[in-house]
Write a new protein. Sequence first.
Length: 198
Amino acid sequence: MKFKLSSIALSFTIVFTVLLSGCAHQIQMHPNTEKFIESGTKINKVVGYHISELNRKKIVKTAGGGGDKITYSPYKDTESVLFTVLSNKFKDVYLIKSLEDESFIKENEIKFIFIPEIITHSSSSSAFTWPPTKFTIDLTVKALNSKGDIVWQKQIKKTGEAEFDEFKTDFSLSARRATEQVFLQLAQDIEKEISTIK
């Protein structure tokens, strides 16, 4: 009898632990790119961007609502919008797989190489739904010249928000809004400042 009671108690402990641990739900950060419209004259320079393989494969887990977590791939999810921003501002854009590939950089006359660093945070005001009501992106982008020197750097931090009535059909909405705001600001900063960099 004691054995049976111990087994039941153990079962309840396991179930309770699982409930407390919450679940991890996958979301996507990539935004609607309709607002990323090419405007004005492109800067007559060829540029590249570099995302390390480690970052491209990186999966991040942060807080959602109801004690649950959310997971996403910040670099993989935002690579296309980074490419869009650069393509709208420069003559040509190349993916630089390795910063050590000097021959590729020289042959393609790449003037700048943009390298993003992404830090994220999420939270929710809801105890009953898991999608985050707030999602913050802290984006730092540095540009290297062909010699590897940092010639430009910008840090941008934005927060996207979404309530239940909005995200019930798009669980990733707050993250998408944060991504959109950050990269629209990056596009503006590039247009204002990068033409002055030599």
